[in-house]
Design a protein around this ligand. Structure first.
Ligand code: MG
Length: 386
């Protein structure tokens, strides 16, 4: 973290997205609400959406150990989403950005994820590749909010603001306008506002700390392993051990992880301030036209983040205890995909109606992507899957 940064410093107000400006425009004009801003209304629309509720039934990393019933306190997609939302709101507020826009984007950031975590997404993408297509959870999220959610008699979708739709598409990656002409309205030649850029970092910080927590809690990871491989954790854990030498081990872990989370969030805010100051930016337009994204960790914190992530991939996400769950996810997702392709009559009527415009493979993928872990298991069993 830069030593000279002042934690209380807000960015120039011209950098924040204007809550009533051009980005608050909707496809279908609606009268203004008497006391809620457009982005606050969008956050509420997502919170009340069916796809949002289904996040409760979708795996984040894992929800059970081999041979055990599902664990009640490991992160689901929903609780992960709420943790990302807390971090995003905090950062946006502390920097003087539009916290309501950041909240709406954080609530939506994983809404396009299929069942069974990363393994389910990889399997769905693999199944689609055989049809010359692919699965991208950001683009699927856009389809959910613009089409699949039905809560209004006058139009399909949630009629979200342009700012929220742009952020859904661009918060974690940049799309080329040549490859994605259908996304032309989302300023593909520019970076998104900081409110969207920070979501990706908030996501990383949330899941790194949460996965260390769940990894240790499940005993897939050991404390010695984490101390050895994650220097940032080791430093804070040593501090906690000297402060509370008699504390139970589990509490020393929680105390250390709280400090890791706080350090990474504080570093993110500091680095954004440093980068914006170096640029001398005072407008959103300047943020959009920089050569690189401005929401990032400092080089030292980035090295810590990368080390932790590398460790989690090697020892948690790809651990022997997860192999069975991954292959099960692949078998169910690809098996059900094949069964529905072979017999589209198994699709619900509203999905079948999409086949003429979207094609069968995309329609089947849309249906599967919307399922919770338990629903896809039930359907797979009903289709005779084993
Ligand atoms: Mg996420």
């Amino acid at each position: 973290m830069a030593a000279d940064s002042k934690p209380e410093t807000l960015l120039h107000p011209g950098i924040a997205v204007d809550g009533h400006g051009a980005l608050s425009r909707r496809v279908y004009a609606e009268p203004p609400h008497p006391y809620r801003t457009p982005f606050a209304r969008d956050a509420a629309r997502i919170l009340h959406a069916r796809a949002f509720r289904r996040l409760a039934g979708k795996t984040q990393v894992f929800n059970r150990l081999p041979g055990n019933p599902p664990g009640d306190h490991f992160r689901s997609r929903l609780t992960h989403t709420l943790e990302v939302t807390q971090i995003s709101r905090t950062v946006a507020h502390a920097l003087g950005l539009n916290a309501e826009l950041a909240e709406a984007l954080a609530l939506t950031h994983d809404i396009g994820h299929p069942p069974f975590g990363h393994a389910g997404e990889a399997a769905l993408d693999h199944a689609l590749q055989a049809h010359g297509l692919g699965f991208d959870h950001n683009l699927h999220a856009l389809r959910i909010v613009t089409w699949f959610e039905e809560r209004y008699a006058a139009f399909r979708g949630l009629n979200l603001t342009l700012g929220v739709r742009e952020g859904i598409v661009k918060h974690s990656r940049d799309y080329s306008s040549a490859q994605h002409p259908e996304l032309a309205e989302y300023f593909l030649d520019q970076f998104p506002p900081l409110e969207a850029q920070l979501i990706d970092l908030a996501d990383e910080i949330a899941y790194l700390t949460a996965d260390l927590d769940d990894g240790l809690d499940s005993s897939i990871l050991t404390l010695d392993q984490v101390r050895e491989a994650v220097p940032l954790f080791r430093g804070f854990h040593n501090d906690v051990l000297s402060l509370y030498p008699a504390a139970p081990q589990k509490l020393t872990v929680t105390e250390a992880l709280r400090r890791v989370l706080n350090a990474l969030v504080t570093d993110l805010m500091s680095e954004v301030r440093v980068r914006v100051a170096a640029l001398g930016a005072t407008t959103l337009d300047e943020i959009r036209r920089t050569p690189q994204r401005l929401a990032a960790l400092s080089p030292a914190a980035e090295a810590n983040r990368a080390a932790a992530k590398q460790f989690l991939y090697a020892c948690f996400y790809n651990s022997p205890q997860m192999v069975d769950a991954h292959s099960h996810a692949g078998r169910v997702v690809e098996g059900l995909f094949a069964a529905l392709m072979a017999d589209p009559g198994l699709l619900p009527e509203d999905h079948r109606a999409q086949i003429p415009t979207e094609g069968l493979a995309r329609t089947v993928a849309d249906y599967i992507a919307g399922m919770t872990d338990s629903y896809i298991e039930q359907l797979w069993n009903r289709c005779g899957g084993r």
